[in-house]
Design a binder for this molecule. Structure first.
Ligand SMILES: [Mg+2]
Length: 263
């Protein structure tokens, strides 16, 4: 165990989890992508997985006991291009789309672009006022990012946008969510908790682990519950059982827990 991980993660908890891993025959491992496997970057397009991430995922999936799921808010094209060739399940847009190994993407939501128009026009108005912010359009999600805006300006406009959008989606099948420097609008019945439970019911594992850094991962932590090993990256309130303060420690932790006996 590298020292930095040791300092972050409670030793007793780590020991308990490694014993569970050793005893298990059918593991289900959920990993968020941005801010979990890879650090958050200025532009979402600049976050292709590095060699270390690919290597660890490949090694994890080569063990038949491991069922790996990348559970992301990303659009299916991007995350599919990066990780779709690996022997793992990929979830895009917080559960609106899923791709099983060697299969094509399946849409779990009925597509209808109508809802986007009004939301998009409000987001565009705010984007023009808030320098550095930008809109990301996905099949079932519209997201406004303000990580590149000034801190005060970004916070100010994010409040404005959040309230405006919340009013607009009242009594619809949509919801407004706040993440890490992001405001998103998407369908209420689509979240990481719903899809994680669905996959858990399909796989029927004897060990479940979920790691994530954002508010959208809280749905997954809550849905999986206390029988699962849930780990939140970074500060803030969480439903996860444990926190790891640094994203860089995720890969180290995975190596220590699952790949110890390999070179
Ligand atoms: Mg994340």
């Amino acid at each position: 165990m590298s020292q930095s991980v040791l300092l972050m993660l409670d030793w007793n908890y780590y020991k308990e989890v490694s014993e569970q891993v050793l005893k298990s025959d059918k593991r289900l491992l959920f990993f968020d992508y941005d801010g979990t496997l890879m650090p958050l970057v200025k532009f979402p397009s600049l976050s292709a997985p590095n060699e270390d991430v690919i290597r660890v995922l490949s090694r994890l999936t080569s063990d038949k006991k491991n069922n790996v799921v990348i559970i992301s808010g990303r659009d299916s094209n991007t995350i599919g291009k990066w990780l779709g060739n690996l022997n793992l399940i990929v979830v895009a847009e917080h559960g609106a789309l899923i791709k099983y190994p060697g299969q094509k993407w399946e849409k779990l939501v009925v597509e209808n672009e109508e809802w986007k128009k009004d939301i998009l026009s409000v987001m565009e108005t705010i984007s023009q006022k808030c320098q550095g912010s930008f809109i990301e359009e996905k099949s079932f999600t519209l997201a406004w990012h303000y990580r590149n805006a000034g801190v005060e300006e970004g916070n100010f406009y994010s409040r404005k946008l959040f309230h405006a959008l919340s009013d607009m989606v009242r009594d619809t099948a949509l919801q407004v969510l706040e993440g890490n420097k992001i405001i998103e609008v998407r369908f209420t019945n689509v979240n990481k908790g719903v899809i994680a439970k669905k996959i858990e019911n399909e796989i029927k594992p004897d060990f479940v682990m979920a790691i994530g850094d954002d508010r959208t991962d809280e749905d997954m932590f809550t849905a999986l519950g206390s029988d699962s090993v849930t780990i939140k990256i970074g500060p803030g309130k969480t439903a996860a059982a444990f926190k790891l303060s640094d994203q860089e420690d995720v890969i180290k932790l995975l190596k220590n827990l699952f790949l110890k006996n390999e070179n």
